[in-house]
Design a protein around this ligand. Structure first.
Ligand SMILES: C[S@@+](CC[C@H](N)C(=O)[O-])C[C@H]1O[C@@H](n2cnc3c(N)ncnc32)[C@H](O)[C@@H]1O
Length: 279
């Protein structure tokens, strides 16, 4: 029986729900210009072939499709086939009929479907994975000679408000500890050059650091949605209890009322890229 996902989803800290899919779309909109900047830096000429590994809702595939045009090829792979189907419906509805999706687990050891590509991209994928250097190597293997590997990952250490608010700190603790319990690397963004080296990709040709600072009254949405998304895993791993979580959510509402303009600093979004020598 199809569950809408390939098998390796048990240790994924985030949810698989319409709310989580909407959270991913909102998060993608926040980072759209930072990601677009990296795609443009690598260069995506009209007609190019590109891959988004762990494509989620397909928002980066849309950025790729706009750049390569109808003569290009845009592929997305993800373990979540329901989310992939929704991504393709969105992309085809927007006129990007040259986008395709492959249900694929990047940890399964096999080659990436449809490789090689002129650009292989992954955002907020490796963070979640075991043996992430092996996966990074596989992404690099999928890059055509003369093509680029581009990766973006978070460094979660920066999430905070000014002044510090205990309710925000508690939510951040739960999110960061839960990711840690399931084996995520919460500082992978800052470690990307080391990860590239360990994977045999070599030193990145360049890096990029993007940030975001917004008032708590709006920033709370993504914070609250991320907290809710990890909550089942947080409770399962003893990071918090349902009662403590409900109290933290209620306390956050009170803090938002009292400090609507307190600036909330997001995690840093750190990018790194490498061009494969031609021929
Ligand atoms: C945090 S989301 C990021 C989605 C998208 N890259 C973005 O930035 O908007 C992580 C994505 O990786 C996918 N994923 C997790 N483990 C995977 C695996 N082993 N193989 C392929 N995709 C995976 C999830 O299903 C999810 O869509």
């Amino acid at each position: 029986m199809s569950t809408g996902t390939t098998d390796r989803t048990g240790d994924y800290a985030l949810g698989r729900s319409p709310e989580e899919y909407e959270r991913l779309r909102g998060q993608a909109r926040v980072w759209e210009s930072a990601t677009g900047r990296l795609l443009d830096h690598a260069g995506l000429p009209v007609g190019a072939r590109c891959l988004d590994a762990g494509c989620g809702p397909g928002e980066t595939m849309r950025l790729m499709a706009q750049r390569v045009g109808p003569g290009g090829h845009v592929a997305g792979v993800d373990v979540d086939e329901d989310l992939g189907a929704a991504a393709i419906a969105m992309l085809h509805g927007a006129g990007h009929g040259h986008c395709v999706f492959h249900g694929h687990d990047v940890t399964d050891g096999g080659p990436l479907p449809g490789a090689p590509y002129d650009l292989v991209f992954a955002r907020l994928l490796l963070f979640h994975l075991p043996r992430r250097e092996e996966v990074l190597r596989r992404l690099w293997d999928a890059v055509a000679p003369g093509g680029h590997l581009v990766v973006q990952e978070y460094d979660l250490r920066t999430i905070s408000t000014q002044p510090g608010l205990p309710t925000v700190d508690e939510m951040v603790r739960v999110v960061v500890e839960t990711f840690g319990k399931v084996g995520c690397d919460v500082v992978l963004g800052a470690r990307l050059p080391a990860a590239f080296a360990a994977a045999g990709v070599g030193e990145p040709d360049g890096t990029d650091v993007a940030g975001r600072l917004e008032p708590l009254r709006t920033g709370r949405r993504l914070l609250g949605a991320t907290f809710s998304s990890v909550l089942p895993a947080a409770v399962a791993h003893g990071v918090t209890t349902a009662e403590e979580a409900a109290a933290a959510s209620a306390a956050l509402e009170a803090d938002v009322e009292a400090h609507p303009h307190a600036p909330l600093l997001w995690p840093l979004m750190i990018g790194a890229w490498k061009r494969k020598p031609a021929g």
